[in-house]
Design a protein around this ligand. Structure first.
Ligand code: PEP
Length: 246
């Protein structure tokens, strides 16, 4: 990760209420040399933003998802320009739960990446193979096609990638640091074919059952530039420990 920016990103999913959010931002401390991004549920973005400003902390916010259209008749959906207005600099795109439960395909994800960039948000594009794809030795093929489609028509240097093997998310069964490093190296090689210079600068984060105990091992890997944390990001003490190792 030499020379590249480091990230620790929290994905709260559909968890945390207003009181828990305010108390989290009171307790959490920023850290030099690492960009800390919290992705709370959308209705908590504005109170979180206000709280961060009050505390004067160097913390960033991300949305968990945005819609691909600018605005219009899309009941229940979230506009990218609105989350930007509410203090977000980032948005997750194509999290495996969005792909799995909300039928997001690579085509939709490609449109969402473009929308995010148009509205001035940095997309954190989540890619990763399912257990079935892993068993069928399709991991590299799946990752390649996810990367190529996500980057269609965009400058790769504007995007962050999160490698999240689906079988490792919320399961407690993380990819070993060596296994993750191998895939990150592969992802960077694919990026290098698109744009050699950008590939060295693009942050690639690992996600999948990262916790305060195993985080340090990922931090030591040369192609792992940070982590995307689900479960362990809900407890401020655990999340703070993860920040500290990057
Ligand atoms: C995630 O949701 O992106 C994630 C990695 O979850 P967990 O850390 O709980 O596996």
């Amino acid at each position: 990760s030499i020379g590249r920016k480091k990230y620790v990103i929290a994905n709260w999913k559909m968890n945390q209420n207003l009181q828990e959010t305010l108390s989290f931002f009171q307790k959490i401390q920023d850290e030099d040399g690492v960009e800390v991004v919290i992705c709370p549920p959308a209705p908590l973005l504005l109170p979180a933003h206000t709280q961060i400003m009050q505390e004067g902390k160097k913390l960033s916010l991300g949305a968990q998802n945005v819609h691909q259209e600018e605005k219009g008749a899309y009941t229940g959906e979230i506009a990218a320009n609105l989350v930007k207005e509410f203090g977000c600099q980032y948005t997750l795109i194509g999290h495996s739960e969005r792909r799995q439960y909300f039928q997001e395909d690579d085509q939709t994800i490609s449109l969402k990446v473009k929308r995010a960039l148009q509205e001035g948000l940095t997309p954190v594009v989540c890619i990763g193979e399912t257990l079935e794809q892993k068993h069928q030795a399709q991991t590299e093929k799946v990752l390649t096609s996810q990367i190529l489609l996500a980057l269609e028509g965009v400058n790769p240097a504007d995007v962050i990638f999160a490698y999240e093997p689906v079988w490792a998310i919320g399961t407690g069964e993380s990819a070993s640091p060596e296994e993750a490093q191998k895939m990150h190296h592969y992802i960077r090689a694919v990026l290098s074919h698109i744009d050699k210079k950008s590939a060295e600068q693009i942050a690639i984060l690992y996600g999948g059952s990262v916790n305060e105990t195993n985080a340090k091992e990922y931090a030591l890997m040369p192609d792992i530039d940070g982590v995307l944390v689900g479960g362990a990001s809900l407890k401020v003490d655990a999340f703070q420990k993860i920040i500290t190792v990057f």
